[in-house]
Design a protein around this ligand. Structure first.
Ligand SMILES: Cc1ncc(COP(=O)(O)O)c(C=O)c1O
Length: 471
C-alpha cells in the first residue's frame, strides 16, 4: 500500500531540506501514520511533489534506512521497517535487517559490512548482463577476467591513488585465498615451510589460514599504529614474509606513520623479506585520509598488496585481488597457474560490470555515509564515559572498547548475548601477548536503530557489573 504523505518542507528554514524530510518521515513512523504495510513514493515522484531535487529525497531515505526505520527493496521500492513503538515489530514478510540474525540477535561481530549492494539496481543489472553473455566453455583465466583486472586497477587508481596496470592484478577468492597462494609462492623459493611474521594482536583468520597452508607463523607485539622499525632490527633472524595492516592496524585501528613505513621497506629489501600489505578497508576513512600504500612507495622491497571486496561489498562474494610485481609477482603467478583460479567466471564478470558502471563507487559513498552515522552514534553513547575507552574510530567498520579490569570482557559478552547482542572480545585477536580486556564492535551491518539498542544494552550491563563486580 502506498503511503499518502501530507508533507510540507520549509524552503526558508536554516535546517537543510533533507534533514526536514527525515524528521517528518521519522515522526510519521513513530506516531503510526506510516506503518510496515506502507511503501514510500518513488524518490523522483516525491521530489517532484515537494518541489525539491531528487537528491534531497534520496539522502533522507538513505538516512532513515541506515537508522532502521525504512528498508530499501530495490525496484520494489522503499518500505517502512518498524512499527510506531520503534521496536521493530516487522511483519513476517519483511526479512530481518542485515545486522540481526534470524533469532533477532543484534550481531556486532566485526567484518560484516552493510548489506546494501544486493538490493542495488546497478548490482542486479550487472548480474543480468553477466548471465546473458555467451557462456564460455573454458575455465576462467588463472589471473582473473581481463575486464575485472582492469576494473580493479581503475578502482585502485580512483580510491587509493595507486598507479597499477591490469597486468599487475591477480583476482583472488578474498584474503584467505591470497594468503594460501602467497604461502604456495614462498614455498617455491624456500623449499621448506615459509616463516611468516604477523602483528600481535592481529587477524585471527590469517593466523589460522597461514598455518593451515603450511607456513610457520611468528608474531610480533604491536601497538595501535602497528609495528615499529626498531623491533624489526632487533629480530634474531628474518622471516620470509611479514603480514602487516599499515592502513588500519587490525583490530586496534591506528595507521603506521610514514617514517615507519619507509623503515619497514628499508629493512625488508636487503633481508629479502616479502611484505604482504593487507589493505582490507582503506575505502572507509572517517577522519583522516589514508596514507599511501606501502606498495606505492619507491623501494626495491617486494611488496604484495592484498585487497578484498569483503568490506567494500560483502564477504558473501569471496572475491578480492592481489597487486603483484617483481620476483614475488612471478612466483605468485606461477603458483596461480599451477593451482588455477577458484573464482567463478560469472561472478568476475558481474563484478567487472558493476565496478565499470560506477556501482561500486556509489555503493562505497553510500556506505561511508551510513558508517559515519553509526560512528557518531558510538561516540555519542560511549565517547564521554569514564569507564570505557573507545578507540579505532578513524576508519573502517569496527571500533574497540577497552574496559576496566573489574568488567571482564568475556563475562560481558556472555551476558550481552543473553540479552540479544552478540559481541566478540578483544582477547581473541591476541596470539602470544597477554590480551587486553575489551570488545571489538562491528558497526557495518546493524541499522542505527539496532546499534543504538545494542549499545544501550551494553552500557546498561557495564553499569550493572561495575556496581556488583563479578566475584
Ligand atoms: C584484517 C582483515 N583482512 C582481510 C579481511 C577480509 O578477508 P577475506 O577477503 O578473506 O574475506 C578481513 C575481514 O574481516 C580482515 O579483518
Amino acid at each position: 500500500m502506498e503511503a499518502e504523505l501530507p508533507l510540507v518542507l520549509d524552503g526558508g528554514s536554516r535546517i537543510p531540506l533533507a534533514a526536514q524530510l527525515v524528521s517528518l518521515l521519522r515522526e510519521a513512523i513513530l506516531n503510526g501514520t506510516l506503518r510496515p504495510e506502507h511503501t514510500l513514493p518513488a524518490t523522483r515522484r516525491l521530489a517532484a511533489e515537494l518541489g525539491v531535487s531528487r537528491g534531497v529525497v534520496v539522502r533522507a531515505y538513505e538516512q532513515l534506512s541506515g537508522e532502521g526505520y525504512l528498508e530499501s527493496r530495490g525496484s520494489a521500492g522503499t518500505r517502512v521497517a518498524v512499527r510506531s513503538d520503534g521496536r521493530g515489530a516487522v511483519p513476517e514478510s519483511v526479512r530481518p535487517a542485515p545486522g540481526a540474525d534470524g533469532d533477532g540477535i543484534i550481531d556486532l561481530t566485526p567484518g560484516r559490512p552493510s548489506g546494501a549492494p544486493f538490493r542495488d539496481r546497478a548490482w542486479r543489472a550487472a548480474w543480468r548482463k553477466a548471465v546473458s553473455e555467451p557462456v564460455d566453455v573454458e575455465l576462467p583465466p588463472a589471473f582473473g577476467l581481463p575486464a575485472l583486472r582492469t576494473a580493479v586497477a581503475d578502482h585502485l587508481a580512483a580510491s587509493r591513488g595507486l598507479t597499477v596496470s591490469a597486468d599487475d592484478v591477480i583476482i583472488t577468492a578474498g584474503t584467505s585465498d591470497a594468503l594460501q597462494l602467497s604461502v604456495a609462492a614462498l614455498r617455491r623459493q624456500t623449499k621448506r615451510p615459509p616463516r611468516v611474521l604477523m602483528e600481535d594482536p592481529g587477524y585471527p583468520t590469517a593466523r589460522r589460514v597461514l598455518t593451515a597452508a603450511g607456513s610457520a607463523v611468528l608474531t610480533l607485539p604491536v601497538g595501535q599504529d602497528g609495528l615499529e622499525a626498531a623491533q624489526l632490527a632487533a629480530l634474531g633472524s628474518c622471516p620470509d614474509a611479514i603480514l602487516v595492516t599499515p592502513s588500519h592496524q587490525y583490530p586496534l585501528g591506528g595507521r603506521m606513520p610514514v617514517g615507519e613505513r619507509l623503515a619497514l621497506l628499508e629493512w625488508a629489501e636487503p633481508n629479502h623479506v616479502v611484505i604482504l600489505e593487507d589493505d582490507y578497508d582503506s575505502e572507509f576513512r572517517h577522519r583522516r585520509m589514508p596514507l599511501p600504500a606501502l606498495a606505492s612507495l619507491p623501494s626495491g622491497a617486494e611488496v604484495v598488496l592484498v585487497g578484498t571486496f569483503s568490506k567494500s561489498l560483502s564477504p558473501w562474494l569471496r572475491c578480492g585481488y592481489l597487486v603483484v610485481r617483481g620476483t614475488v609477482g612471478r612466483r605468485l603467478r606461477d603458483a596461480r597457474l599451477d593451482l588455477g583460479t577458484p573464482v567463478p567466471g560469472v561472478l568476475q564478470s558481474a563484478l567487472a560490470n558493476y565496478i565499470a558502471g560506477g556501482g561500486l563507487a556509489r555503493h562505497i559513498a553510500r556506505a561511508r555515509r551510513q558508517y559515519a552515522h553509526r560512528r557518531a552514534l558510538l561516540l555519542d553513547r560511549l565517547g564521554g564515559r569514564a569507564d570505557v575507552d573507545l578507540a579505532a574510530l578513524d576508519g573502517g567498520l569496527h571500533a574497540v572498547i577497552r574496559l576496566q579490569p573489574d568488567i571482564p570482557a568475556g563475562r560481558l559478552a556472555e551476558e550481552a548475548l543473553g540479552l540479544g547482542v552478540r559481541v566478540v572480545t578483544l582477547a581473541g585477536y591476541f596470539a602470544e601477548r597477554p590480551p587486553e580486556n575489551g570488545l571489538v564492535i562491528g558497526y557495518g551491518a546493524p541499522s542505527d536503530l539496532q546499534l543504538a539498542r545494542a549499545l544501550d544494552i551494553l552500557t546498561g550491563l557495564i553499569g550493572r557489573m561495575a556496581e556488583a563486580p563479578p566475584q
